[in-house]
Design a protein around this ligand. Structure first.
Ligand SMILES: Cc1cc2nc3c(=O)[nH]c(=O)nc-3n(C[C@H](O)[C@H](O)[C@H](O)COP(=O)(O)OP(=O)(O)OC[C@H]3O[C@@H](n4cnc5c(N)ncnc54)[C@H](O)[C@@H]3O)c2cc1C
Length: 278
């Protein structure tokens, strides 16, 4: 297991901001993970960091990032078994090569399978939990294998227990052809063509029931609004873009201001989709 005494949140997250992580652990096996969890009072799990923002100062709470030992991808009949540290792109590449359909909606979503399960990542119509047969996770009590029905998943919420470290999942797929799978992936990627580029965490806020967070932010007149190096995207108002110089404090202040303005104008309390670590 690797242990880093100086890791930087800005290098571990797609928003590219945040300060030092005092202790970063990268277990490679379930045994190492079990021992690690047992030895820590509390911890934070990070996957690809595409939905997380760490503070500018030092994060003293130990951070766990699963190593490559948790990154295997294989097929078993009409399922794909993926380790939690496998990237969603890696799983999609595997599905495309093997002609396995059903996960194409994840195309273009950065990060890992562990992060995707934790967030129930997907589109407005589908989330990865819809394809879940079983998920494996570990906590202080040991290793668990659960079906979707045992988890309280929902919109952008996998529903895992708070201190669970997801280690992998078995995802349902259908036999198809590499050509068809690739063509479906391309159609999902096409829909993302208009999304903003640059450093971001994707959508910052969950959509309130029957409303679009981006539309509300735009109607509040905040498109292009900036605090320090953090700016509300001109292209998609639910994205905050780091111009390369934003501190985590800039991003947090902008998140707070957006919430305040939307609340004042529409009486709606926006909820963060992105996980902002204290
Ligand atoms: C440009 C861009 C576009 C995006 N588009 C979409 C989209 O269309 N749909 C969508 O749903 N999301 C989208 N996202 C958000 C993000 O990519 C997804 O939520 C992604 O699934 C997060 O995966 P990650 O590995 O990066 O997780 P992280 O950001 O590292 O973590 C996210 C959460 O999951 C937890 N977590 C991570 N790994 C584990 C684990 N092994 N066990 C337990 N908990 C864990 C973390 O503690 C944290 O709470 C986008 C992000 C970007 C930057």
């Amino acid at each position: 297991m690797r242990e880093y005494r100086t890791a930087y949140a800005c290098d571990m997250t797609t928003m590219h901001c945040g300060g030092m992580i005092a202790r970063l652990y990268e277990p490679e096996t379930k045994e190492q993970l079990a021992e690690l969890i047992g030895s820590l009072d509390s911890f934070i799990v990070v996957g690809g960091g595409s939905n997380m923002i760490f503070p500018d100062g030092t994060t003293d709470t130990p951070v766990i990032r699963l190593g490559k030992g948790f990154g295997a991808i294989e097929r078993d009949g009409d399922t794909v078994i993926a380790g939690a540290s496998a990237s969603t792109a890696g799983v999609l590449g595997f599905c495309a090569r093997s002609g396995l359909s059903g996960l194409e909606f994840l195309s273009g979503i950065p990060g890992t399978i562990g992060g995707a399960l934790s967030m129930n990542a997907g589109t407005k119509d589908e989330g990865i939990m819809d394809a879940l047969e079983t998920a494996e996770f570990m906590d202080r009590e040991g290793a668990h294998s659960v079906g979707k029905g045992q988890l309280s998943s929902g919109y952008r919420k996998g529903g895992f227990p708070p201190h669970a470290v997801i280690t992998g999942a078995r995802l349902r797929v259908r036999r198809s052809t590499p050509e068809e799978v690739r063509s479906k992936m391309e159609s999902y990627l096409l829909k993302r063509k208009g999304q903003p580029g640059g450093y971001s965490s994707g959508s910052v806020f969950r959509n309130p029931p029957d409303r679009s967070a981006g539309f509300l932010i735009e109607q509040a007149g905040l498109k292009g609004f900036r605090i320090g190096g953090a700016k509300v995207s001109e292209i998609h108002a639910n994205f905050i873009i780091n111009d390369g110089k934003a501190s985590a404090a800039d991003v947090r202040s902008l998140v707070g201001l957006i919430k305040q303005r939307v609340k004042e104008q529409f009486g709606i309390e926006l909820q963060e989709e992105v996980r902002i670590v204290d």
